[in-house]
Structures are given as structure tokens and as C-alpha cells.
Write a protein that binds this ligand. Structure first.
Ligand SMILES: C[S@@+](CC[C@H](N)C(=O)[O-])C[C@H]1O[C@@H](n2cnc3c(N)ncnc32)[C@H](O)[C@@H]1O
Length: 266
């Protein structure tokens, strides 16, 4: 049975915009109806706007953090205007954030990096013979650079869809002959050529990723997911990384004889 991924949670931006629009109409309606003789403070209006927007967000069943975002948006905009910064500074900040985080609202995968201890541990999971590894959503590429230096006999590929993050990873990876950083969505990329597929995403896309990996990877390939397990699937191995955030690597062996004895993280 095909899995349905669309919901208000999957496309929250348009519903959040709808909440802001409805709140704007309500506040404007109140202003006309009450026709206040004395001027009302902009912050008070913004708070009323935020309250309405949060209520609409709740009615639309947006995830709870969107209730808070909907509430805070107008009051923070009013307070920010009070700072007196030039309009281009806000535009610049917006564009930089967009280029780094891209469509996190749709992908539901934020930007955070695998640390050096995780890269070291991952290197130990690679086959002893030359292999190919792909990092799905490679961020700034630091994990791949560390791996490419450690295993010069292997090929490393990273895919990233956030333009500025990709540009950074691509630029710093140019010196390494066994590293390729591509631009685009990993959902459009076949996993057939890889021995190891590495992902550090979020709980949201894991079932979809599992379906893709099962359909595409070659027998015996590994899917290694940093922190996020695939719901309902027992990994072949769980590796505890010796770091402060107690990173757990969930290792799935796809379409092959299981070679690992199951071990689990703390
Ligand atoms: C949590 S970060 C992990 C970064 C890197 N893999 C690491 O372990 O250090 C997830 C990255 O995946 C990227 N991403 C999310 N969805 C993507 C997609 N469909 N295609 C390509 N990149 C994606 C995000 O932009 C983000 O940089």
C-alpha cells in the first residue's frame, strides 16, 4: 500500500501563511468594527494578530511549534521594525538563511553536522576493500572530507540541495580526488552504485528512505543512519559512538545475508 506523505505537517508554510492571512482579516475587521477613537499601539495589535494566527494554526492542525511561530511572527516583526535597520539588511539575512537551510519546511531535515568521532567510527564500518559511499544531504561536506582523507582507496559522493551549503562543500572538496559533491535532491539520485549509504536526516523521511534503499541498492550494501532508526525495522547493528551526544549509528544490511550479530546502543 503506498504511503501518504502529504499533510499540513508536510507543507506547513502555506498553512502558516493562511493562518497569518486569516488573523490579519480578523484584526482589520475588529479595527473597523470597534473604530477606536484613540490610537491603538502597534504591538498590542500585533499580539492580537499573533493570538488569532496561533488559534488558526491549531485549528488547521499544524504541528505545535508552528502555533508558537504563528503567535510570535507579527509581534517580533513589530519589535524588529523598531531596530531601524535598513530594509536590505533584512533581505540579506533572509537570502543567506534561505540559501543555507533551503526548504527545511518541506524536507523536514534541518542542518546539523556529523562530528569527527562519528566519521572515525563510520570509517571502521567500511569494507576493507575499495568501496563507494554516498552521504545523502552532505551538509558542508566535513564528514566526507574526513572519510576521503582516511580512505584514499574509496570513492565518496555527497549530494546537497541547499545552494550555499553545497557550494561550501564543493569548494572545500575540490582538493580531494576521491570526493565528488553534487548539487540536487538525493530523492532523484539512484543508490544502485553504492556499497554504503549514509544518512543523517530526521525521523520524518526514514520510511521513505528505507523504501528507496530497498528498491535501489545492490545486495549486501549497508544503510547507515545517524541517530534516526527506520520505524519497524530491526537494524543488523547499532554502533554507539564515543561522543558527548551519544550518537547511535543504525546499520541496516540490505538484501543480503545478515553478517552481524545484533548489538544495540545504550
Ligand atoms: C542533518 S544535515 C547532515 C549533514 C551531513 N550529512 C553530516 O552528516 O554532517 C542534513 C542535510 O541534508 C540536506 N538535505 C535535506 N533534504 C535533502 C534532499 N532531498 N536532497 C539533498 N539534500 C538534502 C539538508 O540541506 C542538510 O544539509
Amino acid at each position: 500500500m503506498p504511503i501518504k506523505y502529504a499533510s499540513t505537517a508536510a507543507a506547513p508554510l502555506r498553512y502558516a501563511a493562511l493562518a497569518q492571512g486569516v488573523a490579519g482579516l480578523v484584526v482589520a475587521g475588529c479595527m473597523v468594527w470597534l473604530a477606536p477613537s484613540s490610537p491603538v499601539s502597534a504591538l498590542l495589535l500585533a499580539l492580537l494578530h499573533g493570538l488569532c494566527a496561533a488559534l488558526v494554526a491549531a485549528v488547521l492542525r499544524l504541528p505545535r511549534w508552528w502555533w508558537l511561530i504563528s503567535f510570535l511572527f507579527a509581534p517580533l516583526a513589530v519589535l524588529a521594525l523598531g531596530l531601524g535597520w535598513p530594509p536590505w539588511a533584512w533581505l540579506f539575512g533572509f537570502v543567506v538563511l534561505l540559501l543555507v537551510f533551503w526548504r527545511t519546511d518541506a524536507s523536514r531535515v534541518p542542518l546539523y553536522m556529523s562530528n569527527a568521532s562519528t566519521a572515525q567510527r563510520l570509517a571502521k564500518l567500511l569494507p576493507a576493500t575499495p568501496c563507494r559511499l554516498i552521504d545523502l544531504g552532505c551538509g558542508d561536506g566535513r564528514l566526507l572530507r574526513q572519510l576521503a582523507r582516511t580512505r584514499a582507496d574509496c570513492q565518496f559522493v555527497g549530494l546537497e540541495h541547499a545552494p550555499l551549503t553545497w557550494a561550501w562543500a564543493w569548494l572545500w572538496g575540490l582538493r580531494l580526488p576521491n570526493l565528488y559533491i553534487g548539487y540536487g535532491s538525493f530523492w532523484e539520485h539512484s543508490l544502485a552504485d553504492y556499497d554504503v549509504v549514509y544518512a543523517f536526516l530526521s525521523p520524518v523521511p526514514m520510511t521513505r528512505l528505507w523504501d528507496k534503499a530497498c528498491a535501489e541498492v545492490k545486495p549486501g550494501a549497508l544503510l547507515v543512519s545517524n541517530s534516526f532508526a527506520v520505524f519497524g525495522i530491526t537494524p543488523a547493528l547499532q554502533v554507539q559512538v564515543d561522543d558527548s551526544r551519544e550518537t547511535c549509528l543504525h546499520v541496516y544490511k540490505l538484501a543480503g545475508n545478515p553478517v552481524h550479530t545484533f548489538t544495540s546502543c545504550r
